[in-house]
Design a protein around this ligand. Structure first.
Ligand code: HEM
Length: 370
């Protein structure tokens, strides 16, 4: 009787992979997603998340050297720049990547708005996204205070002023909250613990909801099979890819953005302004806050409280405002036009704020450093 040929022995590589996979279940990540999800416009959220992870890593490194005592903070930044190994580079990377992450985040939000991906059943995920946007801006703001130069000092004065305008509800934002810890220390804790904790909590909900609903179909594509989701319909129409290929795209783009931030860190570095002069107000905020600067001129520092208090809820309510029958661009033209007007107005206000004369907005900037 002829002997049966034994099947070829699997390679070491595939045996190692099977060993890992049987323990971690990584192949469950290869679930199908619509082919258009690998378009860069549908990868911007993932790129943002990648950037945030690198920000956490670089931030942990900077925390090893930063001293959140008002009498030591500035010297500790000087130490990071001059003495800590790779300190100047890591500080530059943290600064530039934070800026680029705000850019990718805004582009992500614009993409979701333009494609109408906030429509049913994704309305709540839009609201979660608005929460993440607010937290990320809070991280940029508190980070600016930490560098404890003139700009950071003035940012802190604005923080305190708004806290006072809020009365009892805003006491946390003022030094009156406690005598035991300087406000700089508390903003540092907000920057490294409270806000990241909230951000990752919301990011988890965001990702679970994306997994639950699937990525939205391209705008205006009809659902031809009753009972199908838009994601399933899109996969049938355009084909599908494994989610792992999407992860590879995210990592590729994320590394590219990190490389750009690294280059900026090496060529330009992170800014560090003048030593604090508590008697003057002479700096302007970072670009993402500049559209608010003219309002401060026109309506005093109160505008910094009122405009976000109105703007953020209006943004969160976009899914309710959109009553159009279809997600097609043409069907939503009035809403898209309104969004474009707001966008252009924000850019124009930012440019105006950048070039207008620096003005004193916060009364009592000459107060003692607390
Ligand atoms: C730190 C901030 C954020 C992160 C890390 C993040 C992450 C993501 C990721 C990975 C996706 C999958 C699709 C894609 O990448 O385009 C996504 C989808 C989505 N995001 Fe975000 N996001 C953030 C902020 C926002 C904001 C500010 C909004 C809206 C104001 C938003 C609303 C949505 C919605 C509605 C979806 C579903 C889109 C679809 O199915 O096409 N996200 N987000």
């Amino acid at each position: 009787m002829a002997e049966l040929a034994s099947p070829p022995r699997p390679s070491v590589q595939s045996r190692v992979w099977r060993w890992i996979d049987s323990r971690l279940g990584l192949d469950s990540l290869a679930y199908p997603i619509p082919a258009h999800a690998n378009n860069v416009l549908y990868t911007l959220g993932g790129i943002t998340l990648f950037g945030i992870v690198v920000l956490v890593g670089s931030g942990i490194y900077l925390t090893q050297f930063y001293h959140a005592d008002p009498t030591q903070a500035r010297q500790s930044i000087d130490y990071i720049i001059t003495t800590a190994a790779l300190g100047e580079y890591v500080r530059g990377l943290h600064f530039w990547l934070a800026n680029l992450v705000v850019v990718t985040l805004l582009l992500h939000a614009v993409r979701v708005f333009a494609t109408g991906s906030y429509r049913a059943p994704r309305e709540l995920n839009w609201v979660v996204g608005v929460g993440m946007l607010s937290i990320l801006l809070g991280l940029v703001f508190t980070g600016t205070v930490l560098k404890w130069d003139q700009e950071g000092w003035e940012a802190l004065q604005h923080n305190q002023e708004i806290g006072e305008l809020l009365g009892g509800a805003g006491v946390w934002f003022t030094p009156e909250f406690t005598d035991s810890t300087p406000i700089l220390q508390r903003l540092f804790i907000a920057h490294i613990a409270i806000l990241p904790f909230l951000l990752f909590g919301l990011a988890l909900v965001h990702l679970l909801l994306i997994k639950r609903h699937g990525i939205s179909a391209r705008p205006g594509e009809p659902i031809e099979h009753p009972g199908h989701t838009d994601t399933r319909e899109a996969m049938e129409r355009e084909g599908s890819l494994p989610f792992t290929s999407h992860l590879v795209h995210i990592v590729g783009w994320g590394l590219l953005v990190t490389a750009v931030a690294s280059l900026l860190a090496l060529l330009v570095g992170a800014p560090l302004g003048d030593v604090i002069d508590p008697g003057v107000e002479k700096t302007k905020p970072l670009w993402m806050f500049l559209p608010l600067y003219p309002f401060e001129d026109w309506f005093s520092v109160k505008a910094l409280l009122w405009i976000p208090s109105i703007g953020v809820p209006v943004l969160a309510l976009v899914p309710l405002i959109d009553r159009f029958r279809s997600s097609a661009y043409r069907a939503r033209a009035p809403l898209l036009a309104a969004g474009a007007v707001v966008f252009v107005a924000l850019v124009a206000l930012g440019i105006y704020g950048r070039f207008e004369k620096t003005a004193e907005h916060v009364p009592g900037v000459e107060e003692e450093m607390k």
